[in-house]
Structure formats: C-alpha cells, structure tokens
Design a protein around this ligand. Structure first.
Ligand code: NAP
Length: 248
C-alpha cells in the first residue's frame, strides 16, 4: 500500500473533489482525516465508506479560514494519530459576481477561505513535517487561477495566489525533501458546478479537448500521484487536470 502508516488531512473532504481524494488516499492505505466546514452528515458518509473498505478515517470540523480552529485540528490529529504526513488543501468556495457588483464580503470570503485557508493549514503543519522529516503538500487551485474568468475575480485571484504560495513553499521546503505541488482542475462535476445550466455545461464541454467535464476521481488520482513516492522528483509544479483546456 503506497500510503501505509501515513496520515493525510484533506480539507473540505466531505464532498466533491475532497471526498474523492479521501477515498483514493484511504484505498492506498493512508489514515484519512476528513475536514469539513458544517456538513457533518456528508463527512460521516465518507468515514463510513472508508471504514467499509477496511480503511481508517476520522472527521474533524474546522473552518480553514480560522487559524485557531486549524491549529486545534492539527493538534488533535497529531495527538490521536502521531503526525501529519500528507496535507491536501482542497477546501474552497465560490461567490461569483461581476467586479462592479461584487460585495466586499464576496471578495473577502473567497480570499479568506480559498487563499488564507491554505496559508493557515500549511503554516500549522510545517514544523511538524520538518520534525518528521517527511511531508507532502498538495494544493487544489484551478485553471481560472491561470487564465482568469469573468465573474470570478475573487476566485481567480485566490487561486492564482495559491499557485504563488505553492511555488514559494516548494522553494522554502525543498532542501528538507518536503514537496509542495498543486493540481489545477478544469470543470469538475461537483456541487460547486451543479448550478451551471445544461446549456452552459454543453458549451464548456465543447471547449474541452477531451470532450467532457471532469469527475472528482480524475483529480483525486492526480493528487494521489503527487503525494506518492512516484513523484519524488516533482516539487513546485501545477498539474492541470482539465481535459486539455489549458495547455502551457
Ligand atoms: P464542493 O463540492 O462545493 O465542496 C466543497 C468542500 O469544501 C466541502 O467539503 C465543504 O465542507 C468544504 N468547505 C467549504 N468551506 C470550508 C471552510 N471554510 N473550511 C473547511 N472546509 C470548507 O467543491 P468542489 O467542487 O469539490 O471543490 C473542491 C476544490 O476544488 C475547491 O478548492 C475548488 O475551488 C476546487 N476546484 C473545483 C472545480 C470544479 O469544477 N468543481 C474546478 C477547479 C477547482 P462542507 O461539506 O462541510 O460544506
């Protein structure tokens, strides 16, 4: 098993892409901490599914934008499971609006959760990973952090920030063999994209070279690869999981 005796925290692990990442890491032997913001039933379902497959998992409610809650979560995981080897910064929200109509709260929420959340969680595990002499951090950014999107200035700015943070952390931690990478999903079929009309989904599909929206599992497999020893010479990279939408 690739992740035997490894402990992984997946923020926003209760639904969508995070849920698929939890299941994928657990299938490969990791003990998985399913972080969530409020949807306890969804987090419990993920735990039950992992346990039914013979894996080990626990759920912890913590708002990633709140540094105290994040510190408490890391302490709880360390006390109970002995360390944190893999951190997947996946939690994210959208508050879409054209810039001229955007409310300050819509801007701030997205920056606080999608960017400062990554800062809070990363900062809280670094000393631990240095002490363990082992750490893999994978941040979930987005293609819109690379190419922008009308109506998503807040989200694009946060996701572009995550890319900069990923590269800086990769440089800071490389000498200690702690690897930091990002995945950039395109359009993935989750609750986040559920409100898109069928027409718009078909239009998007038309712009994706591979001709379909992505599934959460497509992203989960890329995250598991980056967390594994198969990626031991990869750090500071952004791996697009977007059906070919953005080629650079
Ligand atoms: P989703 O289905 O809406 O799920 C969001 C997850 O984040 C839920 O588990 C939610 O917990 C959690 N969450 C939200 N706010 C949080 C907070 N403040 N603290 C802790 N957890 C929080 O979203 P998704 O589509 O899977 O997206 C996952 C990640 O992929 C996000 O970073 C998103 O930006 C990125 N992404 C998604 C797409 C896409 O097309 N779907 C594309 C590119 C990038 P609760 O269940 O408790 O609410």
């Amino acid at each position: 098993m690739t992740f035997n005796s490894k402990v992984a925290i997946v923020t926003g692990g209760s639904r969508g892409i995070g849920r698929a990442i939890c299941l994928e890491l657990a299938r490969s032997g990791a003990t998985v901490i399913v972080n969530y913001a409020g949807n306890e039933a969804a987090a419990t379902e993920v735990i039950q599914k992992i346990e039914a497959g013979g894996g080990t998992a626990a759920a912890i409610k913590a708002d990633v934008k709140n540094s105290d809650e994040v510190k408490n979560m890391i302490k709880e995981v360390t006390d109970q499971f002995g360390g944190v080897h893999i951190l997947v910064n996946n939690a994210g929200v959208t508050r879409d609006n054209l810039m001229m109509r955007m409310k300050d709260s819509e801007w701030q929420d997205v920056i606080d959760i999608n960017l400062s959340g990554v800062y809070n969680c990363t900062k809280s595990v670094i000393k631990l990973m240095l002490k363990q002499k082992y750490g893999r951090i994978i941040n979930v950014t987005s293609v819109v952090g690379q190419i922008g999107n009308a109506g998503q200035a807040n989200y694009s700015a946060a996701k572009a920030g995550v890319i900069g943070l990923t590269k800086s952390m990769a440089r800071e931690l490389a000498s200690r063999q702690i690897r930091v990478n990002a995945v950039a999903p395109g359009y993935i079929d989750t609750d986040m994209t559920a409100q898109l009309s069928q027409d718009l989904k078909e239009t998007i599909e038309g712009t994706v070279p591979l001709g379909r929206l992505g599934a959460p599992e497509d992203v989960a497999k890329a995250v598991a690869f980056l967390a594994s020893d198969n990626a031991n010479y990869i750090t500071g990279q952004v791996l697009n999981v977007d059906g070919g939408m953005v080629m650079q």
